[in-house]
Design a protein around this ligand. Structure first.
Ligand SMILES: [Zn+2]
Length: 484
C-alpha cells in the first residue's frame, strides 16, 4: 500500500470546535474531523486517516470558514494613519487622504499597497476579497486590474474586482490634475466589457469576478448613465456595488439634487436588488430600510471605518430583519488602520451592542433603539463575515463548512494568553480580538498558510518596501501640490 500523500488531500483531525457559518444549532458542528479532497470538503465526523492523505492535527484549535471581505480599497494600504486625514470626517478625509494621494501612485507603489493589504487579510484568515478599485482616469499609466488579480493569485486568494470610477466631477475638468479627471462613460463601459471578457468567471466557486461599481451612485455619474450601467451589468451577467448613505450628507445631497432619498434614487435607476450590495448604509430612513429589505439588496458593513470617520453604526439587526443579506468589509486602510477580518468582526460584534447606549436621532432610528447585549452573537458575526459575503458575491459554494462545499477554511491555534481562561474557546478568534495564530489555512483545498507562515514571503523585505513607498508617496504628493 502506498503511503505517499496525495497532493491537496488532507484529514483535519481533533478540532476543539468547528463553527460552520450556518444559522441556529447548525452554527456549531459536533464533528471533530474534516476530510478535504480535490478542493472540496468531502466528509465530516470522527474519521480515521487514509494512507494517502496528510493529517493536520488540530488539537486545541478552532476552525472557521475562511472570511469573505466584501468592501476594500487596497491602494490605501500605503495611506494608513496619514496625519492630514487622521482626525477628519468622511468628506474632509476624502480630500485630505485618498484623493490627495491618488495621482502619486505608480505601478510599483500600487503593487506594494495591494500586496500589503492582501497579506494582512490572508493572515487574519480571509480567503476572498472584493476590492472597490476606483483609481481610474484618462490615460491611466498602469493597469490596476492586472496587478490586483496577479497579486491575489500569487497568494491563492479569490478576488472580486469591483471596477469603480467616475464620469462626473465637481470641479472644472480642464483645471483638475490628471488623476482627478473623469473618464468618458463609453470608455468606462468598454473597459467593463474588456474586464468581463478577460477575467470574469460566472461560477459559484470562482476565483475571479468582475463587478460594476461606480465610486458613488449619487455623485460619480449622471442618473441616465447610472441606469444604463445597471442595464449593461445585468446584460453582462455581473453584480453591482457602490458606496451609499455612509453619512447623513448622502440624504441631504439626494434630497437637494433629485428630490428623493438616496435609496429611492438608486431604485429609480434600477440600482437595487439581490445582485446589488452597498457599503456602509449607516444613515437610513425607515422607508429606505423597507425598500432595501423587500428587494433583498445586500450590505457591506464596515464598522471600523465608520467609527474612525465618526460616521455612525449601521443597524444590522433591523436590516437583516427586513430580508437584507449582511456581509462585512474592512474598507480601505486609509480610514481603517486595522484592515483585517478579525479586527473587523471583533468591532462588528461590539458595536452592534454599543448602538443601544448611543444617543439616537429618532428620524433615522425608526423611533426605536436597536442593539443591546444580545444584538449580535459571535455566530451571527461569523455568518455575516463568511456565508453572508459569499452570497452577496455569488459564491454559493464557499462561506460555510459543510460536505460538498469548497474547502475554504482557517484553523486558529489559540496559544496566546489572550485566550487562556476562555470558558468557550470557539468564540476566541472574534471575541478576544487581536490576531490569532493560524495553524493552517486552506483555499479550495490548497494549503495557503502553514504554522502561521505564508510560503516564500519575506516579511522584512515587504516592511522595507512599504517604508520606501510611503516616503515616495509623501514626496510626490508634495511635488504635485506645488505644481497645483
Ligand atoms: Zn469604501
Amino acid at each position: 500500500m502506498s503511503s505517499v500523500p496525495l497532493k491537496n488531500s488532507y484529514l483535519i483531525q481533533n478540532a476543539h470546535a468547528i463553527l460552520t457559518g450556518l444559522t441556529g444549532d447548525a452554527a456549531r458542528c459536533s464533528s471533530t474531523d474534516i476530510r478535504i479532497q480535490s478542493g472540496k470538503i468531502t466528509e465530516m465526523g470522527r474519521l480515521s486517516a487514509q494512507p494517502n492523505e496528510q493529517v493536520v492535527n488540530t488539537k486545541d484549535c478552532v476552525i472557521y470558514p475562511a472570511w469573505v471581505n466584501t468592501h476594500h480599497h487596497l491602494f490605501q494600504s500605503l495611506l494608513k494613519g496619514e496625519p492630514q486625514g487622521l482626525n477628519q470626517n468622511l468628506t474632509s478625509w476624502l480630500a485630505s487622504t485618498p484623493y490627495r494621494f491618488r495621482g502619486a501612485f505608480d505601478e510599483a507603489t500600487f503593487r506594494i499597497a495591494v500586496r500589503i493589504g492582501l497579506i494582512e487579510l490572508l493572515r487574519s484568515g480571509c480567503a476572498t476579497v472584493a476590492d472597490h478599485h476606483y483609481l481610474y482616469w484618462p490615460q491611466m499609466p498602469f493597469d490596476g486590474a492586472a496587478i490586483l488579480f496577479d497579486e491575489a493569485e500569487k497568494l491563492g486568494m479569490r478576488f472580486v474586482l469591483c471596477r469603480g470610477g467616475a464620469t462626473l466631477t465637481r470641479g472644472l475638468e480642464s483645471e483638475l490634475p490628471q488623476a482627478l479627471r473623469p473618464e468618458k462613460f463609453e470608455d468606462y463601459m468598454l473597459d467593463m466589457e474588456r474586464l468581463v471578457k478577460h477575467y470574469h468567471q460566472p461560477d459559484s466557486n470562482a476565483f475571479r469576478k468582475i463587478v460594476m461599481a461606480p465610486t458613488s451612485t449619487l455623485h460619480s455619474t449622471t442618473a441616465p448613465q447610472l441606469r444604463e450601467s445597471a442595464r449593461i451589468a445585468r446584460q453582462l451577467g455581473i453584480r453591482m456595488h457602490s458606496h451609499l448613505s455612509e453619512t447623513v450628507d448622502y440624504l441631504d445631497a439626494a434630497k437637494a439634487k433629485f428630490g428623493m432619498t438616496p435609496v429611492q434614487f438608486c431604485a429609480e435607476q434600477d440600482w437595487i436588488g439581490s445582485d446589488v450590495w452597498f457599503a456602509h448604509l449607516v444613515k437610513l430612513l425607515p422607508e429606505e430600510i423597507q425598500l432595501l429589505g423587500q428587494t433583498q439588496t445586500g450590505i457591506a458593513h464596515c464598522p471600523q471605518s465608520n467609527a474612525r470617520l465618526g460616521s455612525g453604526i449601521a443597524d444590522l439587526v433591523a436590516l437583516e430583519r427586513t430580508g437584507m443579506t449582511i456581509s462585512i468589509g474592512v474598507d480601505g486602510a486609509g480610514s481603517n488602520e486595522a484592515a483585517d477580518m478579525l479586527s473587523e468582526t471583533h468591532a462588528a460584534w461590539l458595536l452592534q451592542r454599543a448602538r443601544k447606549g448611543m444617543l439616537a436621532t429618532p428620524q433615522y432610528e425608526g423611533g426605536q433603539f436597536e442593539g443591546g447585549a444580545d444584538a449580535a452573537s459571535i455566530e451571527d458575526v461569523i455568518r455575516w463575515g463568511t456565508v453572508g459575503g459569499a452570497k452577496i458575491l455569488g459564491l454559493d459554494q464557499v462561506g460555510t463548512i459543510e460536505v460538498g462545499q469548497q474547502a475554504d477554511l482557517v484553523i486558529y491555534q489559540l496559544d496566546d494568553p489572550r485566550y487562556f481562561g476562555l470558558h468557550d474557546m470557539a468564540i476566541g478568534p472574534v471575541a478576544s480580538g487581536g490576531r490569532a495564530h493560524i495553524k493552517a489555512m486552506f483555499i479550495a483545498g490548497k494549503m495557503v498558510m502553514e504554522n502561521d507562515q505564508i510560503p516564500d514571503l519575506d516579511m522584512m523585505e515587504l516592511a522595507w518596501q512599504a517604508k520606501q513607498a510611503v516616503k515616495l508617496l509623501q514626496q510626490r504628493s508634495m511635488d504635485m501640490a506645488k505644481i497645483a
